[in-house]
Design a protein around this ligand. Structure first.
Ligand code: AHG
Ligand code: MN
Ligand code: MN
Length: 333
């Protein structure tokens, strides 16, 4: 049972037994994500200072200070997960191909693969606006004892065993699910500990916020244009409020707390939208469904889509159930 102010470490141990494949491996994996999140958080908090060094046009002898934060985050998550030998493979938005992780004895005994968007909302780094990290965890489908294969990563979202995000905002939070609801933990930066601050998070069934990049309006399908007009109409509890940060993690987090819909539709410029099915949409869809929300590509459930490639993109509509259903209604018409 989730207890407020419990530390994330305590929570992981207490809830380990309720996980159906329990062996401690998933708990160790979440612990590693917690560690990497703290390391990245520390760097995100210094971004302005790092930028000053960068703006001077100087590179240190190792070239380290000029590493972009998304590359840094990518390296830290991959390092933490590989050093601790707890996954058999990693796929990342920042890597062309998946990474095979050899267990220490080269026997490939680990059962889980992780997919990550190490730094989500990278256009917001330089302007001190919230960014995030998204992760998604599956059990491998190929036999343990052999190197991982592409098919271990190309699984439907409904096969996820855990997913979550870190939001580096006014405070830093780690929010995740293992299929038994969604819990949010806030970092106390003074002592480097995450505490359960948001037990059992739920999307309000309905909301008043719509989040979409309206600069792309003329390129959207007619159904999306009509839905946006519906959001702006004066009727009942409408017009809704428009809020768009440009970091999926932050927009999702706000909408889950307040009630709202996030949309990244296809357009005449991007026939599949922009967001990635495996690193962004599936994990957010898993969280949304676990929090009484909904996620769709406009017509079908996101987590039922059979992936065909690692960096596949897909239109994304996600948030409060009634709002997503309404948007789908407009898409069908
Ligand atoms: P990333 O920084 O990982 O590439 O993701 C950015 C994504 C998402 O977080 C955000 O909502 C969206 O791209 C913003 O795109 P636009 O600038 O096209 O609105
Ligand atoms: Mn992203
Ligand atoms: Mn990214």
């Amino acid at each position: 049972m989730a207890k407020k102010n419990q530390t994330l470490g305590e929570f992981i141990i207490e809830n380990q037994a309720s996980f159906k494949y329990t062996s401690g491996e998933l708990s160790r994996l979440i612990n590693s994500i917690r560690l990497a999140a703290k390391v990245v958080n520390h760097e995100v908090n210094k971004a302005g200072l790092v930028d000053i060094i960068g703006a001077a046009g100087e590179t240190n002898i190792q070239g380290e200070d000029q590493q972009k934060l998304d590359v840094y985050a990518n390296d830290k998550f991959i390092q933490t997960l590989t050093n601790r030998n707890i996954v058999c493979g990693i796929a990342s938005e920042e890597e062309d191909d998946f990474i095979t992780v050899n267990s220490q004895d080269e026997n490939h005994q680990n059962k889980y693969v992780v997919l990550i968007d190490p730094l989500d909302g990278s256009s917001n780094i330089d302007v001190n606006v919230s960014v995030g990290t998204i992760f998604s965890i599956y059990r491998r489908v190929t036999p343990v004892g052999t190197p991982v294969q592409l098919e271990d990563f190309l699984q439907k979202g409904s096969e996820q065993v855990a997913a979550g995000y870190v939001v580096y905002g006014t405070s830093t939070m780690l929010v995740y699910t293992t299929g038994d609801g969604v819990n949010g933990f806030t970092l106390n930066p003074a002592i480097g500990t995450f505490y359960l601050s948001h037990p059992n998070m739920q999307f309000p069934e309905d909301g008043k916020i719509y989040s979409v990049n309206e600069g792309n309006y003329i390129h959207f399908p007619q159904g999306v244009k009509n839905y946006i007009k519906y959001c702006q109409e004066e009727e009942g509890n409408r017009p809704y409020t428009s809020r768009y940060i440009g970091s999926l993690v932050s927009d999702f987090h706000r909408n889950m707390i307040k009630g709202g819909i996030y949309m990244y539709p296809k357009s005449s410029k991007n026939s599949n939208g922009k967001l990635r099915l495996l690193y962004e949409c599936n994990p957010m869809a898993f969280l949304a469904e676990q929090a009484n929300g909904k996620a769709s590509d406009g017509f079908n459930r996101i987590m039922d889509v059979e992936p065909t490639e690692l960096h596949q993109r897909i239109p994304f509509f996600c948030g409060s159930k009634n709002m997503v259903e309404k948007a789908e209604e407009f898409m069908r018409d």
